[in-house]
Write a protein that binds this ligand. Structure first.
Ligand code: TC6
Ligand code: FAD
Length: 695
């Protein structure tokens, strides 16, 4: 009903409204003013980071089209129940599928569409691990049989490795695949409670097929975990097949549109050809043919691929969080020192800028490392297909440490971004809580981060020991050849400005990692009572320093990638000098922020003096100031669309308060004026005779 306001009321209110308007915030104007401060061409960087103008425009065009579809509509996103999320996730996956067919789009466009809608569902593992496993583990005949069905969604698969009792220790899996040469079949079985498969995404209610990781037994001998493909649900009525029990594992911290599942197998028979036989094989008679020695870990190949993609994506998620927080803190005004003055943009508080702008720099650092990671994986695939596995150990070490480092950084970065947005950051409408709860699993899945760091540390210590006996090292561990020299090195920075030199920063990263490697090797030797032992008690008692080493090495790698990428951009003349300068500020800010956080190690080792630390801190603060004017332009250059961010606070027009108010309308609690509690509880309770007088 229209609300009549009389003239006297309006006149009386007018004065107060004027007073408030004189210094109230104007978020749209604030964001426009921020954009006007750019010292570089945002369009140029936007196109560079996103693979060219054409791709940027194509993404915007797709967003425009899919936002109008039922499955692409995000207005209910934050209000769905778990069941609704699950069903919606499936609709999205098939919606994208139909859209791709209709428009004849390829895989890279498909990736863009998935990332735009960002509604993980029951097909995540089909795309993320089932198909990649077929590609990496199946032989040509098996690929010819299964890939077309998988790629046309005739079947939906997942990757069933983890069990109730074992996730990290893959060799400890208890599901068995016992070969019966008489019938040329495997009997797959869950012999214990703890062998129940637990966690695979899509296993609960979606997948019809699985890649099963099970311990292969033939002729009474245990050959450890191998990959098999098998059907688990009927293609007619979607019911589990005989001998198979499957279900959803229940609600999780986040990612609830995905039906992570459990599975038990009771003496189920599958044909010999179900074993994926690209590398290891079983003959009809039951003789085991091992993979080539250089590829003893062939059955772990899919995990390495997925770890590489996780590294690739970490920068994207951090960039999204930082975009939201930077835009919002630029328009959020809070507190004024004198009456009548405009309140301060919260990004201008040193405490906010000092946390957020280093995160912005880190997002750029991760972008470049993600590219290097995927290039390294692609190079590995190429040589693997020629039968050359020589770069496998480095790829494993590199991807394990970076997976752990990048996901730790991004998980923490999303949460820091949320905190910097104050109260509104706690609202799911900001986009940040959901981003955090669904991202943080990256620290656990595909190898718990500490376990992954330990793999990298193991490789580094072995590399160091090898170098000490004259072995030549290659790749990112090459610096360990000079570890003894690094032990005596001292930092030579004597002025604040010298800390801007990338070589000075790189030397500090390298020195810290080299010294930690020597310390870790020493400790392991001591724990082992002589020659280092990489398992059991000596290894377990050295975990903390080994993880510290892997962290230091990964930080060195990320910094080096940033530095080398920028050097490449410069030497190829890919960007204008102003743009390169803006990126160089970010590189410096990233480097000095990490070094500043880790100065304890370098003071302890004697590489840095207290005075050099002071100079470092001063230069880091100066870089925060230098980056500040470009903050909004630099997040604009990531190129996230409003549709993609789905955040009231990250709106590109800055109209954050209207955004909150508008998005909140979709709350199911707002469907009626009185709310669902009135009839259910409130009315009866509040109208009880005497209920008011009791208070
Ligand atoms: C979309 C995503 C959804 C999520 C899905 C999932 O989570 S799916 C579930 C994801 N689940 C997980 O991620 C589980 C995580 N757990 C694992 O990956 C393994 O159990 C492990 C790596 C922790 C240990 O494995 P282990 O006990 O067999 O090995 P060990 O420590 O005794 O070392 C022996 C040697 O092997 C080497 N080597 C090891 N791995 C590789 C490799 N990939 N390549 C090459 N080499 C490798 C290692 O360097 C060492 O070499 P060295 O020094 O002797 O020359
Ligand atoms: C959301 C989500 C989705 C998943 N999807 C899948 C899937 O699709 N398919 C699938 O097969 N699996 C999946 N997983 C399982 C996942 O891969 C495992 O949870 C992960 O590898 C960690 O193993 P865990 O749970 O056994 O942890 P644990 O190994 O039990 O870890 C517990 C603690 O022990 C420490 N620890 C363990 N071993 C060591 C060691 N050797 N040295 C030092 N510290 C150690 C760890 O650091 C950790 O702090 C998923 C998990 C999650 C959370």
């Amino acid at each position: 009903m229209a609300h009549f306001v009389d003239a006297r009321t309006r006149v009386l209110q007018e004065e107060s409204t004027k007073a408030v308007l004189s210094n109230c915030s104007d978020p749209k104007a604030d964001l426009a003013a921020e954009r006007a401060r750019a010292t570089f061409d945002v369009g140029e960087l936007l196109h560079y980071l996103n693979g060219g103008r054409e791709k940027v425009e194509r993404k915007a065009h797709f967003a425009e089209l899919i936002s109008r579809t039922e499955w692409g509509n995000k207005s209910e996103r934050y209000f769905q129940t778990r069941e609704e999320q699950y069903v919606h996730g499936l609709k999205v996956a098939f919606g994208i599928w139909d859209f791709m067919k209709e428009k004849r789009l390829g895989i890279s466009d498909g990736r863009v569409l998935r990332s735009l809608v960002n509604a993980p569902g029951g097909l995540e593992l089909h795309i993320g691990m089932f198909i990649p496993s077929l590609i990496s583990h199946a032989n040509p005949e098996q690929q010819a049989k299964w890939l077309p069905k998988a790629q046309s969604l005739e079947i939906i698969g997942t990757y069933a490795q983890t069990e109730l009792g074992h996730g990290t220790f893959v060799r400890g899996l208890e599901t068995t695949a016992t070969y019966d040469s008489d019938r040329q079949e495997f009997i797959v079985h869950s012999p214990t409670l703890t062998s129940t498969k637990w966690w695979p995404g899509g296993l609960g209610k979606t997948a019809t097929h699985i890649i099963l990781m099970a311990r292969l037994f033939t002729k009474g001998k245990d050959y450890g975990p191998h990959a098999f493909i098998m059907q688990i649900r009927s293609l007619e009525d979607h019911k589990p097949l005989t001998g198979i029990t499957i279900g959803d594992i229940g609600p999780k911290f986040g990612f609830n549109g995905v039906d992570n599942g459990f599975l038990r197998l009771e003496y189920v028979r599958i044909p010999r050809e179900a074993m994926l036989m690209r590398f290891a094989k079983i003959t009809p008679e039951g003789d085991y043919v091992p993979p080539p020695p250089a590829n003893a870990k062939a059955s772990y190949a899919t995990m390495m691929y997925v770890r590489s993609t996780i590294v690739q994506d970490a920068g994207k998620f951090l960039s999204m969080a930082v975009t939201i927080a930077t835009r919002y803190t630029s328009v959020r005004r809070q507190t004024t020192s004198s009456k009548g003055q405009r309140e301060t943009q919260v990004l201008d508080y040193q405490s906010v800028a000092g946390s957020l702008l280093p995160l912005l720099a880190t997002a750029y650092a991760l972008h470049f490392t993600g590219k290097v990671m995927m290039q390294m994986y692609t190079d590995f695939e190429r040589s693997r297909d020629r039968g050359d596995f020589s770069n496998l150990p480095e790829l494993h070490a590199f991807s394990s440490g970076l997976k752990a480092m990048c996901t730790t950084i991004t998980s923490e970065g999303i949460e820091k971004s949320r905190l910097l947005c104050g109260g509104h950051g706690y609202s799911r409408l900001s986009g940040l809580p959901d981003m955090y709860t669904s991202y943080v699993q990256n620290s656990t899945w595909e190898g718990d981060n500490n376990v992954m760091f330990l793999q990298t540390g193991r490789y580094l210590i072995k590399s160091l020991l090898g170098a000490m006996t004259g072995k030549t090292l290659s790749g990112y561990a090459k610096y360990l050849e000079n570890a003894q020299f690094e032990m005596k090195e001292r930092c030579n920075v004597s002025t604040e400005v010298q800390w801007l030199d990338p070589a000075a920063q790189l030397a500090a990263f390298r020195n810290r990692a080299a010294r930690l490697c020597v310390d870790a090797a020493e400790q392991l030797k001591q724990e082992s009572g002589g020659n280092p032992v990489f398992e059991g008690e000596p290894w377990d008692n050295s975990n903390v320093i080994v993880i510290k080493l892997a962290v230091a090495h990964s930080q060195y790698v990320i910094y080096k990638n940033f530095m080398d990428s920028l050097q490449g951009i410069r030497s190829r003349g890919e960007l204008q000098p102003n743009t390169v300068r803006a990126l160089a500020d970010l590189q410096g800010l990233f480097g000095l922020t990490v070094l500043e956080r880790e100065v304890g190690d370098m003071l302890e080792s004697g590489y840095l003096s207290a005075r050099q630390v002071k100079l470092l801190r001063a230069q880091q603060r100066a870089l925060v100031k230098a980056v500040r004017p470009n903050a909004v332009p630099l997040v604009d250059a990531f190129g996230f669309l409003d549709y993609e961010l789905s955040s009231a606070l990250g709106r590109s027009d800055g109209d954050v308060y209207r955004g909150l108010l508008e998005m909140a309308q979709a709350s199911p609690l707002n469907r009626t004026e009185e709310g669902p509690g009135w009839k259910a509880v409130l009315e009866a309770q509040m109208k009880k005779p005497g209920s008011r007088s009791r208070l």
